[in-house]
Design a protein around this ligand. Sequence first.
Ligand code: UT7
Length: 346
Amino acid sequence: MSWVPRSQVAGASPVTIAGLGAYLPERVVTNDDLAASGLDTSDEWIRSRTGIAQRRYAAADQATSDLALEAGKAALADAGMGTDDVAAVIVATTTPDHAVPGTAPLVAAALGTEVGAFDVNAACSGFLYGLRVGSAMALVEDAPVLVIGAETLSRIVDPTDRGVAILFGDGAGAAVLVPDAAGSLGPFSLGADGRDPSMLWTATGGTRTPVSAAVLEARSHYLTMRGGDVYRNAVARMTAAANDVLQRAGRTIDDVDLFVGHQANIRILDAVAQRVGVDRDRVHLTVDQHGNTSAASVPLALADARHRGRLHPGDTVLLTAFGAGLTWGACLLTWNPDPTSDEGTA
Ligand code: UT7
């Protein structure tokens, strides 16, 4: 039997982002810092190949839930809400505090709530997947849902691997989703291709090959990547997903006021923007300051865009992301914050 859609739920949902929050750890790590640490690289190479100037690293006593908590609290305050208003807490992360339990229950407990709390692991696309699930829950529950993207990637990169160590940073961003008849979130285009996970993965440390002395000696528990393959797939998949949501929405790129893509590499973002047909003026960039923060990158960029006055009521925003899995996604968002939110601050 093939499935026949019965409604328009695959399209845009009447949901608004009522609050945004961001948290970046204090420690700034510049390209020169990495070179000075013994990595065979240079500020010039990193800037020209990636657009990254610096990234943040969590303090030794901070884990992903600590970063997520700060971003979540900031988003709730921005929405003028308390923890009791929230019906669910979703944390998108690929660097959880522990393999078991999930990170979201720890964040919810620190916020002081016992509502449903669970993780979404779709790597760098995780926040978009979180928005998709969170918006559906907000509608069904008729209540706000807190969606957080948070990562401590500095803990899973091999500091001696120059092909990877230069790219990633730590941070967290969050959004409070609320049902709102005047709001619009979607359509979404989400996809995954798990046929070759080794393109970007931690080969060991999971149930396939648990940690052992041999694993530690081989350093295979660290993140490894075939950079060129990831690059090509990122450009192709984000472009296709962005075009797909525009087509599903019956819109064109000219209708888009701001393009907020996964901040992986400025060359990837430029290539996607060029293929989708959006000029640099409408592309928001934070990759120079944050590096690649995986699931945190899109909400951090969104919060930064709002902070810099780049989001105005009624604006159409196009979000795209791509990550390990492979996973990818895009969605449209009408920036229509709740009137109680303090627009212009972050
Ligand atoms: O969320 C998705 C996560 N992943 C990504 O976004 C990564 C996507 N890929 C990329 O961004 C790019 O492939 C990289 C930035 C990782 C690499 O850039 P590239 O232009 O593809 O360089 P390459 O891998 O082709 O390497 C060119 C040269 C090589 O030297 P040889 O073989 O030509 O002598 C590398 O060994 O650059 C060398 N290299 C470096 N040199 C200085 C690689 N990393 C570095 C480094 N500093 N950090």
